[in-house]
Ligand binder design. Structure first.
Ligand code: GLC
Length: 501
């Protein structure tokens, strides 16, 4: 898998190479900033988007140059790291601190990546986030991005930041002194999930973030420092990852306390649906799954199911529908709804249930219990694993995603690409990507509106009933696989935004 990832040469690389050869004039320079990006480090969909959107944009737009910058976490694999090129280091000012900041460079799939090195902040065992000093760590990261521009010799027209971890950048640009070269830099903020805001006690404003008290009005909200709120106010444009979610975050139900701020800034907000990396997620070429297939060789998908059942110790039987999830297990993803009905359904219907992910204790414990009570029917693998996830997509039939709130959601899109039919709640990006089979013109999944167990249960029963009609189900799978969720349709909307700036 390592070799496979590292050496994958996509159409982007080829295009970029051709482009260089043809000396196309660069009209816009973008610096794309993120706290995670595939294939270097990932905790969720953010990494998928940050690893694929830049190359898709460049692919379609020869006049745009994008470089990406992320922290150098210790879990970035050595097979990449050993080829990183050290560019230099500076000392970054964070209030009264002067922190070491090294910069490494690496070219991957036609995109130049920079990695910010500081072992105090990023050499940790527990993964990317969840430390008590996350506010300071990502303030350092954001400040470093601005201060190393002379070192990397790249002054972009636009800095495109993602989620709260890089959201101090637009605020720093407006609240610190910068020389002439920074004067015309514009900013775009993409909100991948408004629940995560980077909210800390007000005392960190000057002492940790190094923002002058006179700018408190930008960052302080509800008596706290709120980093995402600061960027909603200071960024030149805001995007979020689906059209429905762009509407939803203006409401108290989905705005996570920031709906009024979003509303005040709606003139610069646009919803753009995420696309999927069609090279990385392709059942026809995927080296991780048991055997490759496409919509015209569904009998091969059946082989994947058999392998999956064997590997997970389930009854090997092609007629039992496998229900699946690959997800962080938390309340927002609708795990309470699953928890309330799945055991009953496992007992009443002839189904199997599989999943992979990590999350809140209450759900992990519940799945441990199911695993031990129903070993031939249930196998939930605890801990994030892309490899197991892909095997699950390749071998299962019905995908469960009853999220309470979902900015875009990528799993339902990956599931569709691998021929797994989704059951989703009608919210955010789930609503924009999955339409019910019963809707006029036919749909590509099963949907329900209200976040209640009865509605999820009813949808599962509908899907399991439909599954019994083998040829009808195969038609549905083909239809689901034929919907195009690649970046082709949406990446150009980012270009429009860049051009407007
Ligand atoms: C966040 C959101 C998810 C979205 C992803 C990528 O993880 O929760 O819905 O698909 O970001 O934008």
């Amino acid at each position: 898998m390592e070799k496979e990832i590292k050496n994958s040469k996509t159409k982007t690389v080829e295009k970029t190479e051709k482009l260089k050869a043809s000396n196309t004039k660069i009209e816009k320079r973008i610096l794309f900033v993120a706290s995670e990006a595939q294939p270097f480090c990932a905790t969720g969909g953010l990494a998928d988007v940050c690893g694929s959107l830049p190359k898709e944009i460049v692919n379609e737009n020869p006049g745009v140059e994008i470089r990406t910058i992320i922290p150098l976490y210790s879990n970035i694999p050595d097979y990449f790291r050993k080829d990183f090129k050290y560019l230099g280091h500076i000392y970054v000012t964070l209030s009264w601190r002067k922190e070491y900041c090294g910069v490494f460079e690496y070219n991957y799939q036609g995109i130049k990546y920079y990695f910010i090195d500081n072992e105090k902040y990023f050499k940790r065992d527990g993964g990317e986030y969840g430390y008590m000093d996350d506010g300071e760590r990502f303030a350092f990261f954001s400040r470093s991005v601005l201060e190393i521009l002379p070192t990397i010799d790249y002054f972009p027209d636009i800095i495109h930041v993602n989620d709260w971890q890089s959201a101090l950048i637009p605020t720093y640009l407006k609240t610190s002194e910068w020389d002439e070269r920074y004067k015309n830099i514009k900013t775009v903020l993409t909100i991948h999930n408004i629940i995560y805001q980077g909210r800390y006690g007000a005392h960190i404003l000057t002492d940790v973030l190094g923002v002058d008290q006179k700018y408190a009005g930008i960052l302080i909200y509800d008596n706290d420092v709120n980093i995402l709120k600061g960027a909603i106010v200071t960024a030149d444009k805001i995007t979020t990852v689906s059209e429905s979610y762009a509407e939803e975050i203006k409401t108290p139900e989905h705005g996570a306390g920031l709906h009024q701020i979003v509303k005040q800034n709606e003139y610069k907000l646009k919803g753009i649906l995420n696309g999927l990396d069609y090279d990385f997620y392709n059942p026809k070429t995927d080296k991780v799954i048991y055997t490759n297939y496409d919509a015209n060789s569904l009998e091969v998908k059946a082989k994947n199911k058999e392998f999956l059942q064997k590997e997970f110790g389930l009854d090997v039987n092609p007629d039992k529908p496998i229900l699946a999830f690959c997800s962080r297990m938390n309340v927002h993803k609708g795990f309470d709804l699953i928890k309330c009905c799945i055991e009953k359904l496992i007992n009443e219907l002839d189904i199997q249930f599989v999943g992979v992910g990590s999350g809140e204790r209450v759900y992990e414990d519940f799945f441990r219990y199911l695993n031990s009570k129903y070993p031939s029917k249930v196998h939930v693998s605890l801990g994030y694993s892309l490899e197991i996830g892909k095997k699950i997509y390749s071998g299962s039939d019905i995908y469960l995603m009853p999220s309470l709130t979902e900015p875009c959601g990528l799993s339902q899109i990956v599931a569709s690409r691998y021929g797994v039919i989704s059951i989703v709640r009608e919210t955010g990006g789930l609503k924009d990507t999955i339409k019910d089979f019963g809707c006029p013109g036919g749909g590509n999944g099963y949907t329900f509106r209200n976040a209640n167990v009865g509605d999820l249960e009813y949808s599962i029963r509908r899907a399991v009933q439909d599954y019994k009609d083998k040829s009808g189900w195969a038609e549905k799978v083909k239809k689901v696989m034929s919907v195009d969720f690649s970046w082709k349709n949406t990446a150009k909307q980012y270009i429009d935004i860049y051009k407007e700036l």
